[in-house]
Design a protein around this ligand. Structure first.
Ligand code: LMR
Length: 398
């Protein structure tokens, strides 16, 4: 039956973790996957999560959630994206369901897009998170790309991006990273977001925001929602994928939210039932534990404050590591510019290292990262930063 099945290619991100785990070297460093580590390189469970877990210990039944997940979790999650006092929430104009983290939210949206706008395409930034391509491909939505990253400046190709938005057929779907762009760490400024929003409004495009890193760009989840708020003020219809993998450290809990801002309550009800209808034959209903943790944390003022503090601690540690990595490479006398390490934001540094240089980092130094040169700054610590800087200098100096 299955003789014709070839092994699948390795995932460009999760395959790096597999290779890292298989390496017996005591010097190995994993700066591949975007997962936060403390300064000892250990995974972190936030205190607010531990406290929320203590509240539910022994008190929980294991019943199914509704198809759309926990309404309480969804209500609290929407406030983070749309604003605490959002008129859209009050007017019940948002169709929203709990999703299997950011990937699940994107996939649910892609399937919904295919079903109800079957001829539409999705414009995806170059580069983007590799899984975005898989998600829309598996949903049978054809993909176009738009300019985003400017390799020479290692910053935003704003004019290229604006041209592509302008030249796309009216009413196109655009995938935007709400903050802390993955993999480049390059975000538009507030002024640029305003221009992007205006142009997209003029063209009648549909913006879909993937917000996987709310809190990791500035240290403040509220500030990191700025791009979305600009689009909301400009009166867009839009969609948002939210995830608690990174900002609550709930990676394996798979908890997130998909929302679609509709024209009125009636439309929102219809869209929500259709999203549930797509979810039902795929996974029936989402898992309960992570959703409960999120709803407890976000609805308890003390726990929410603790969470906000902990997000800031994570973001600040990463910022500190950016400075340390840059200084350490410069100290070695590298003739290249490493300014972009501190200019870029969020969890990643798009280093500019070539695939061949990355291969050398892995084979000679046991340093694991994706071949596009993306360094997960969350894996850099005061203990490995010198080793990493030295290896980067070695492979980039000639
Ligand atoms: C990443 O980009 O490393 C993360 O979003 C993890 C993943 O699922 O790829």
């Amino acid at each position: 039956w299955w003789g014709h099945v070839d092994p699948a290619p390795k995932d460009p991100i999760l395959g790096v973790t597999e290779a890292f785990l298989a390496d017996p070297s005591p010097h190995k460093v994993n700066v591949g996957v975007g997962a936060y580590r403390d300064d000892d390189g250990k995974p972190v469970v936030l205190d607010c999560v531990r406290k929320a877990e203590a509240k539910i210990a022994g008190n929980l039944n294991m019943e199914y959630l509704p198809m759309g997940g926990s309404n309480h979790m969804v209500e609290e999650t929407l406030k983070l994206a749309y604003g605490e006092n959002s008129e859209f929430i009050k007017d019940k104009r948002i169709a929203a369901v709990q999703a299997l983290s950011g990937t699940g939210a994107c996939r649910l949206f892609a399937d919904f897009q295919k079903r109800y706008q079957p001829e539409s395409e999705i414009y995806i930034p170059v580069p983007t998170w590799s899984n975005h391509h898989n998600i829309w491909k598996d949903a049978n939505v054809s993909q176009k790309t738009y300019h985003y990253y400017h390799p020479e400046s290692k910053g935003l190709d704003f004019s290229g991006m604006m041209d592509d938005i302008k030249n796309a057929p009216k009413g196109s779907f655009f995938l935007l990273h709400a903050c802390a762009h993955n993999p480049t760490g390059v975000d538009p400024t507030e002024e640029q977001w305003k221009e992007i929003s205006q142009l997209m409004k003029d063209k009648g495009h549909f913006p879909f925001f993937d917000m996987a890193y709310q809190g990791f760009a500035s240290g403040y989840p509220e500030k990191d929602a700025k791009a979305i708020r600009i689009f909301l003020e400009d009166g867009h219809s839009l969609g948002i994928s939210q995830s608690f993998a990174k900002n609550m450290g709930l990676y394996g809990q798979r908890v997130g939210c998909l929302s679609v801002l509709c024209e009125d309550e009636k439309q929102a009800v219809a869209v929500k039932t259709r999203l549930q209808h797509i979810a039902r034959p795929m996974y029936s209903n989402p898992p309960v534990h992570g959703a409960l943790l999120v709803s407890i944390i976000l609805s308890d003022p003390d726990l929410k404050n603790l969470w906000l503090k902990e997000v800031k601690v994570m973001a600040d540690r990463i910022i500190g590591m950016r400075t340390a990595l840059r200084e350490n490479i410069e100290k070695l006398g590298s003739p290249l510019s490493w300014e972009h390490i501190t200019n870029q934001i969020g969890m990643f540094c798009y280093s500019g290292l070539t695939p061949e240089q990355v291969d050398r980092l892995t084979s000679e130094f046991h340093i694991y990262l994706t071949r596009n040169g993306r360094i997960s700054m969350a894996g850099v610590t005061t203990k490995n930063v010198e080793y990493l800087a030295n290896a980067i200098h070695e492979v980039s100096k000639s």
